[in-house]
Design a protein around this ligand. Structure first.
Ligand SMILES: [Zn+2]
Length: 245
């Protein structure tokens, strides 16, 4: 086969790439990802590309493991290295949402129940404010019947991105969730506090015995999320200092 060699996006500043591998390790340290899960960022100089580690456990990622993908999730510089099966989550969200610069996919356990029962996730506190905009649930069987549950090709990624719509989060029935943001740091912050929020909602529901929960409303969520976009850097700087290389 004589397929043309894809051209790489322009050079990524080392400082920007230097945060992507730590982001992966931060998510592992915070209990959002384990042996599975991944974080990506849109290429800073080429919006039709994104950057993500080769298929490797998140806590082990180094800058040398970062690959470049086009938005069809074809690796452009794999050189024999394997890609994550579910990379289409990232490519199709970047296609559908030009405003999103970073995507985190995880199977964090406290979030899973909200994809299994008819109880919507709500924003329990200001750190998880972005949840107040609403949390759609993607059920892969609606469009694809019985599957291995994975977003293993482009059409499944398109369907997931469509259910997410204009939100920055989507849950996946029997699987996990996706959190997105306008920066890498914001997406990581949101992914961490989605897992924390889920725990707090379980506690609140149990404490209240099923009574209504006084969660943040949409306007409170919007206002608090604005603060998180800058104040959240304090958490990022802490987490960044705690991960080892
Ligand atoms: Zn997954």
């Amino acid at each position: 086969m004589n397929s043309p060699t894809p051209r790489s996006g322009r050079r990524v500043e080392p400082a920007q790439l230097a945060d992507l591998a730590p982001a992966s390790r931060i998510l592992a340290a915070q209990g959002v990802v384990d042996g599975f899960g991944h974080v990506s960022m849109r290429h800073p100089a080429a919006p039709d590309r994104y950057l993500m580690a080769r298929s490797i456990a998140p806590a082990l990622v180094t800058p040398g493991d970062i690959l470049e993908y086009d938005l069809d999730s074809t690796a452009l510089n794999a050189a024999g290295r394997d890609s994550f099966l579910e990379r289409f989550i990232h490519g199709e969200i970047y296609k559908a949402r030009p405003d999103i610069m970073s995507v985190v996919h995880s199977h964090s356990p406290s979030v899973i129940p909200f994809g299994l029962v008819a109880v919507p996730m709500q924003a329990m506190f200001h750190n998880a404010a972005f949840i107040a905009a609403g949390v759609p649930v993607f059920d892969i069987r609606d469009q694809f019947g019985a599957t291995d549950m994975l977003i293993g090709n482009g059409p499944k990624g398109v369907a997931l991105a469509a259910v997410m719509g204009r939100k920055d989060i989507v849950l996946m029935r029997g699987h996990g969730s996706v959190a997105c943001g306008p920066t890498l740091q914001s997406a990581v912050f949101r992914a961490v506090y989605t897992e924390v929020n889920a725990r707090i909602q379980h506690w609140s529901a149990a404490l209240g015995g099923g009574a209504p929960i006084a969660a943040l409303d949409a306007e409170e969520g919007r206002l608090a999320d604005q603060v998180n976009q800058t104040a959240g850097m304090r958490a990022w700087n802490l987490w960044r200092s705690q991960v080892k290389w």
